[in-house]
Design a protein around this ligand. Structure first.
Ligand SMILES: Cc1cc2nc3c(=O)[nH]c(=O)nc-3n(C[C@H](O)[C@H](O)[C@H](O)COP(=O)(O)O)c2cc1C
Length: 186
């Protein structure tokens, strides 16, 4: 049987990127616990055709490949940097090219990063309603990290790490076999 796949998509084109490492950290921990294959993309992986595409058919094969991976994932981890209190326009443009039914009922972990704590609720006020539109299953715990939660582009704070652990545990509602993997490893 083919392995289940978790896909991360970070809405940043920066390299290195705090959002990318946050998504990657969640993906790694989910992959370990549930035996997922995991792939993480950022907006640079989507490539330059995103900015000029009015429709999905205008994207080049590279960008289409990323969208195909996102919509066919068994579980999705979405991460966005906070720009002006919300997600960046280019990230929203990527999401706008996904058809309404393509993320329906998909388990999605929502994460974001920002410079400080002022916009920490952007995960609840911006990202959660966006995936509510798609009728996705956003996991109850949303994860937000600010500059002080990272050191050398690695998750460094205990609080952020704990929150990642909580949301990864919540995936067990969708992938109960993951608990068997965990029990076997202990
Ligand atoms: C154009 C722009 C707008 C930003 N607006 C906010 C903001 O409103 N609130 C905030 O906390 N951080 C803001 N930031 C900081 C970024 O959200 C923060 O540095 C983020 O972690 C960058 O993610 P990355 O390293 O993945 O690119 C902004 C940064 C840029 C470039």
């Amino acid at each position: 049987m083919a392995a289940l796949r978790v896909v991360g998509i970070a809405g940043s084109f920066n390299r290195p990127s705090k959002t990318y490492v946050l998504v990657e950290d969640v993906a790694d921990r989910a992959a370990r616990r549930y035996g997922f294959e995991r792939t993480v993309y950022d907006l640079s992986d989507v490539g330059p055709s995103l900015g000029s595409a009015l429709w999905r058919k205008d994207l080049d094969d590279q960008a289409k490949g990323v969208i195909d991976a996102v919509v066919s994932a068994d579980a999705l981890i979405v991460g966005s940097p906070t720009y002006k209190g919300s997600y960046p326009g280019l990230f929203k443009h990527l999401i706008d090219l996904i058809d309404p039914g393509e993320l329906r009922a998909k388990p999605i972990i929502i994460t974001a990063t920002g410079g400080g704590d002022r916009h920490a609720l952007m995960v609840e006020h911006q990202l959660r309603p966006l995936f509510g539109f798609f009728m996705s299953h956003t996991l109850p715990t949303a994860v937000y990290g600010s500059d002080r939660d990272f050191e050398n582009y690695k998750v460094s704070s205990e609080a952020l790490s704990e929150r990642i652990g909580e949301v990864v545990s919540e995936l067990a509602a969708f992938f109960p076999a993951g608990d068997a993997i965990l029990a076997a490893a202990e």
